[in-house]
Design a protein around this ligand. Sequence first.
Ligand SMILES: C[S@@+](CC[C@H](N)C(=O)[O-])C[C@H]1O[C@@H](n2cnc3c(N)ncnc32)[C@H](O)[C@@H]1O
Length: 295
Amino acid sequence: MATAKASADPAVWSGLQPLPAMSEADFLQWTELLRERTGMHMPKERKSFLATSVGLRMRELGYRDYRSYYEFVTSGLAGNVEWAALVDRLTVHETRFFRDPRSLELVVEQCLPRMAERIRAGGQAHIWSAGGATGEEAFTLAMLADDYFRRCGVPLRYGVTGSDISLHSLATARQALYPKRRYEQIPPELRSRYTEQLPDGKFRIVDSLRWRVCFAQFNILHAASAPPRSMDLIYCQNVLIYFDQPTRRKILDGLVQPLREGGVLILGAGEVIGWEHPLMTRTGSLDVLAFQRTT
Ligand SMILES: C[S@@+](CC[C@H](N)C(=O)[O-])C[C@H]1O[C@@H](n2cnc3c(N)ncnc32)[C@H](O)[C@@H]1O
């Protein structure tokens, strides 16, 4: 493999040189690896995205061709670490606080009242932001739940789990530290209660809310292995876009297992077509894509 790595001479292999072309065989090899490990679907139209993302990373490490970098990524401990960095480059982590108002309305009007009932009856409530990137989605749900339970005088027996495949995103989420421009995304009354301003203009989620939210790496392909019947709400938006329709349906079948009876699964509008499950029924208004577990 040493021969496939470039010399340290920047003139030989520098950022100014064009990336090597990705052959059909390379493309197939990389798309198969991605599909096998993450379930991610990389259609032909995205070949140039794949070639550029893998190529740039490969160049940073000094590999000259896709095959030798592939060999590095697929062997040994260092390869595993590198895989995590690469996956981060191949996924989009675009997110916002309070991103989808219609779905959040459903959370407040339908899911939280049900959770409040459970808590009043001595239980606890759990929410999962699956594929939540850098944590804005998990904290949004935590703010809404905390605010709702306080207003109803319900004990705060709830928790939120934020998961993602990207370790880099999770590290950001755990810091709970966000740039100034994201501040406006949070409604003013919640902003003042759940965030604190830092002298450099950034803001942080207050500890009392941060402690309610835990972040963990989890590949959504393995959704069925999450603790059964543990979730009142699974919020999974803008994640299924990475997968082809059969894989989306397989993931959704898996997400039914961790839902409690009455629990709700909220997706992004239009993210799956024609999915049905014997334990699930469509819920909410037509402009929201949500399913409730019936038994
Ligand atoms: C566009 S972001 C969506 C973030 C948030 N859900 C939202 O709607 O604002 C998609 C996230 O899905 C994550 N993702 C992609 N494949 C995944 C997988 N197999 N398992 C878990 N997360 C995955 C990416 O790392 C990325 O952070």
